[in-house]
Ligand binder design. Structure first.
Ligand code: HEM
Length: 426
């Protein structure tokens, strides 16, 4: 196995992701009136959305890729320096881009997009140069390759959308391209990466050995094919294809994506059922909540296709469930990965020489579980508020979500500040 990179590379990504999660949670409170009104085309909504999508989810996945390549594929990243260049263009780029969209300032938006694009091109190149050297060419390898192709497509569609915000070039096709952009991004990039990463991390965290893990491969194949069919169906409108062709491709895409989500949920269920320890820790409870949200979003998908155009609040509920569900999944993984990395770097070599805390003692399980309950209530209240169109209810849900994020950040800070036994806090 080639060496794991210094912790600085994944560490700076995870730290920036947490900052963007905080910005996204604060933004959610701010855009509550637009969410309650179903105004998903509002620049405020698009701005806040990218704190979550680019700032938290994509940033976290980038950090995880640098950690995962050596551990799961036995190959280290091609260039750690290029990894830092990617980070130092992508992170400020996301902040400037999201602010530029929210404030409708084209200069900011375009400068942000240029930095974001540079960051994404750097990591896609860096990982693409590493994958051919990997010894392991299984489902995780395939998931990373598929997801990176969808990330590149997300960027191209995003650039077209960003340009159209300035020129209006897309005109009535804007919602069509936006629909493809967000499904390619949320399913093709984020969910496919989560399915791939979970194939390695869930058995490790659950200590579930011997479970049937063939459902991951099925999930990946169905999700990738589904996103392509859905994109073709939705974009068919551009070429005036016959409505039957459009409809058939769109519904084939929906069916394949639903099949892919079901395969992923079955895989997770099998791994949870085969776990050694019956009690679930805080991180895994966040993962369970996230899986429930992802299942609900998948359930709402066909309803959106059938009714969405005339019911914008259903569209908002659907994207919100999917996006915040994926964010909760990443939060659950943070509770597993970050304490482990801190323990390895700070306490492993002290073992046997002095009393060291366990990984679980680096944060408070009671407080983290309270944070999970806040997230659970937040999802129920947010969803009800959006479907009812009640601003005050949506805002209450957003405040509960911000409460859950505050607890999460407090625990991650506690882990990051964990000190060796007997060392004085400065
Ligand atoms: C890679 C760089 C990206 C660029 C340049 C970009 C650009 C954009 C733009 C300009 C819009 C607004 C479109 C409009 O209102 O007409 C938008 C909307 C959206 N994007 Fe992205 N995007 C990017 C990445 C992503 C990623 C990675 C995700 C998800 C993981 C994502 C999810 C979304 C969603 C959910 C919306 C709809 C938000 C709303 O309702 O206003 N985007 N994107």
């Amino acid at each position: 196995m080639e060496g794991t990179p210094s912790l600085r590379l994944p560490g700076e990504h995870f730290a920036a992701a947490i900052v963007f999660l905080a910005a996204g949670a604060a933004g959610l409170v701010w855009i509550a009136p637009e969410l309650a009104a179903g105004l998903y085309l509002s620049p405020h909504v698009a701005g806040v959305t990218h704190f979550f999508t680019l700032g938290f989810l994509t940033m976290t996945i980038f950090g995880a890729i640098y950690q995962l390549l050596p551990v799961a594929l036995g190959v280290s990243i091609r260039s750690e320096r290029l990894g830092h260049v990617s980070f130092w263009t992508f992170a400020p780029g996301v902040a400037i881009f999201a602010a530029g969209i929210a404030a409708s300032v084209p200069a900011l938006r375009n400068f942000g997009v240029a930095l974001v694009s540079t960051g994404i091109v750097c990591i896609v190149a860096n990982v693409s140069l590493s994958l051919p050297r990997a010894r392991e060419r299984g489902v995780i390898w395939a998931a990373i390759a598929i997801a990176l192709a969808f990330l590149a497509s997300t960027l191209v569609l995003g650039l077209v959308l960003a340009d159209s915000l300035r020129t209006g070039a897309l005109a009535e096709a804007r919602v069509r391209v936006l629909t493809v952009h967000l499904h390619v991004a949320l399913i093709g990039w984020v969910l496919v990466m989560i399915v791939g990463i979970s194939h390695r991390l869930l058995p490790m965290f659950l200590l579930s050995h011997g479970a049937n893990t063939r459902w991951t491969r099925r999930a990946l194949a169905l999700l990738a094919a589904g996103v392509l069919a859905l994109a073709a169906g939705v974009l068919c409108g551009f070429v005036d294809a016959h409505r039957t062709v459009q409809g058939a491709l769109t519904w084939a895409g929906v069916a394949l994506i639903e099949g892919g989500v079901v395969c992923f949920l079955v895989q997770a269920r099998l791994l949870f059922a085969a776990r050694m320890r019956p009690r679930l820790d805080a991180g895994l409870r966040h993962v369970v909540l996230a899986l429930v949200c992802i299942a609900c979003a998948a359930g709402l998908g066909p309803v959106v296709v059938l009714m969405g155009a005339d019911h914008p609040r259903i569209d908002v509920a659907y994207v919100m469930l999917a996006l915040l569900g994926l964010a909760l999944y990443a939060t659950g993984q943070f509770y597993k990965i970050v304490p482990f990395l801190v323990w390895i770097s700070r306490f492993r070599h002290e073992m046997g020489r002095r009393k060291v805390p366990t990984v679980a003692e680096l944060y408070s399980a009671r407080v983290s579980n309270a944070g999970m309950v806040s997230f659970l209530l937040a999802m129920i209240v947010l969803l009800s508020g959006v479907l009812l169109g009640e601003v005050i209810v949506v805002r209450a849900g957003a405040l509960l979500f911000a409460g859950g994020v505050t607890v999460f950040i407090s625990q991650m800070a506690r882990v990051a500040c964990a000190r060796r036994a007997g060392e004085v806090q400065s």
